[in-house]
Design a protein around this ligand. Sequence first.
Ligand code: RAM
Length: 357
Amino acid sequence: MKKKLFSVLLCATMAVGLLAGCGGGSSSSGGSDGAAGGDTSAHTYAIVTKSSGNPYNEREATGFKEVIEAAGGTCVVQNPEAATADAQISVIQSLISQGVDSIAIAANDSNALASVCQEALDAGIKVVTLDSDVNTAVRATFCNQAGVQEVGQALIEAVYDICGGEGQYAILSATSQATNQNAWIEAMKSVQESDAKYASLELVEVAYGDDEPQKSTDQTQALLNKYPNLKCICAPTTVGIAAAAKVLQDQGSSVKLTGLGLPSEMKEYIGADDAHSCPYMFLWNPIDLGKLAGYASIALVDGTITGAVGDSFEAGDMENSPYTLSAVAGDESASEIILGPPFKFDPDNIEEWAAVY
Ligand code: RAM
């Protein structure tokens, strides 16, 4: 019922958007015109990452491209200039005009992108999300890197451990609209609130570095200046954690760090001693996340799946293939595909993984 009402509102918003004329440029990095019907080689599959200049996003796109091209399809990779909904709206509108067959998007905003995603669906384009979801009514399914609750649990547990069970911590996030970071932060808070074990931990602030290295650096410094008793910063973003790691380590700060980081960017900061700013952190394989979205896009375009809970599809040599679409917690009619659990990186395994991604 909620979904129907949303669709009606969406149509109205869309009509206004169309009348206003929402054009926009995009920078294509490959691909050709889409073609209707036929096998994979006749189709064009697009991926829209959160933004350019973020190595995590580049790895996601690499995995996606590899799968599409191995299957003979045409791949279009679009990296918007900034991690904003507006930048993605322009790119998606251009992809709709090009007539691509599918769009896989790592969303910078859940609701602000709903109208343009509906426009794509209305044009017969399959829409799938990865990494960061849009409103579930306007996409077929979501390739989710790890269960939201599991990520939240892992992060708050790490904060608890690093703080020695008590004291002040801050979160350095990406953008304030990011669906994935906001979901993980909410999960952290709900785990903390639901268990008295965490009662002596105090979250002093959620700061936003917008997945920009300089802003993340500045925000880290601001947290240090503002909270002299801070014990730990948790950055659930690869851009934020890398920036914070450098600030803390360069200053020899006693404030410690954890969160979600790319091993190749965090290698020099992971360590158990005072000389390192981050004892340990978590992530998943972003190349595999892109691959999963590639296989899901192909399965949507060839009709193997529609996005319904219970649908399943083959994903080549990926670890958990075939993947089955499961229900989203709290939104049972919407589906998602979980890549796997979050993985812990510490001094024992960081070297090995830094060479992979
Ligand atoms: C950044 C992005 C991405 C997120 C990772 C953990 O690279 O915000 O969306 O999944 O961090």
